[in-house]
Design a protein around this ligand. Structure first.
Ligand code: ADP
Ligand code: MG
Length: 257
């Protein structure tokens, strides 16, 4: 099975507000997909649908050939940064271990040596092991983002979903996060919601533009004109040196290119 995610003619409404309208999306195993679009365009809703946290009003969704409810433990999720309460008095290691608890609270869960080693290995990879006893309120934005990625990885997911993980990070930290994701992409499918239109083409292999409707660009390329179309206004496209500049094809409703 090459498609790990399959969404067919799906719509999501919050009461009478339509968040996603008749969208189609197929994501291949080990794909690295960037989801772009304006605020309120339905990007977070799309991730929540894949996680099984929001239900479809119409259409179908299959993750690994099953309903999202059944695949919840195969998906790692880094929620949108602004919604994370940094005042919550917990240490880095506590937050990372929350990833082991999943949706249900298991008060008698104890981690054994083997689990512990795996978790420390993940923290080392993300260069946050030395922070393990630090309170999360005392981390930089980039460090906290890496902690949240570590938390999403402890269940060893097949799919990793990240909702604007680099928002409000400086350029250097953004690059670090993308380099980490690029490495992780060798082992898992990644979907990232982002506004980093200037840098993503160096890392991702496909782009979906979401503004209630969804337009998929496999092997996508970006141009100012298309970016303007996606966001409804001109956005600075920053290209860095040797990064290939890509041009997106025009949106054609209901078609995959
Ligand atoms: N829980 C909710 N209840 C009601 N409306 C919601 C809820 N979540 C999102 N919406 C609405 O759905 C639309 C899409 O939201 P969202 O998926 O968060 O967009 P994005 O992540 O692209 O900013 C917006 O109009 C938003 O106000
Ligand atoms: Mg959002």
């Amino acid at each position: 099975m090459s498609n790990i995610i399959e969404i067919i003619k799906a719509s999501v409404y919050y009461d009478d507000v339509c968040a996603l309208k008749n969208i189609n999306l197929q994501v291949k195993n080990k794909e690295f997909l960037a989801v772009l679009g304006p605020n309120g365009g339905g990007k977070s809703t799309l991730l929540k649908v894949i996680l099984g946290l929001e239900k479809l009003n119409q259409g179908e969704i299959k993750i690994l050939g099953q309903s999202p409810k059944k695949t919840r433990n195969s998906i790692g999720y880094v929620p949108q940064f602004s919604k994370f309460d940094r005042k919550f008095p917990v240490s880095v290691i506590d937050v990372v271990l929350m990833g082991k608890l999943g949706e249900k609270i298991k008060p008698f869960y104890k981690y054994n040596k083997e689990n512990e080693e795996k978790i420390f290995e993940i923290m080392n990879k993300l260069n946050i092991y030395h922070l393990k006893n630090r309170q999360i309120g005392q981390l930089s934005g980039g460090q906290l983002q890496k902690v949240l990625i570590a938390r999403a990885l402890v269940m060893q997911p097949q799919i990793l979903l990240l909702d604007e993980p680099t928002a409000s990070l400086d350029a250097k930290t953004k690059t670090q996060i993308y380099q980490i994701l690029k490495k992780l992409n060798k082992e898992m499918t990644i979907i990232i919601v982002t506004h980093d239109i200037g840098v993503i083409s160096a890392y991702v292999n496909s782009i979906a533009c979401v503004n209630k409707e969804l337009y998929y660009h496999g092997k996508a390329e970006l141009s100012n004109e298309v970016v303007k179309k996606i966001y409804g206004c001109p956005v600075d496209l920053i290209t860095h040196g040797t990064i290939p500049h890509r041009v997106l094809k025009t949106h054609v409703e209901g078609l995959y290119d």
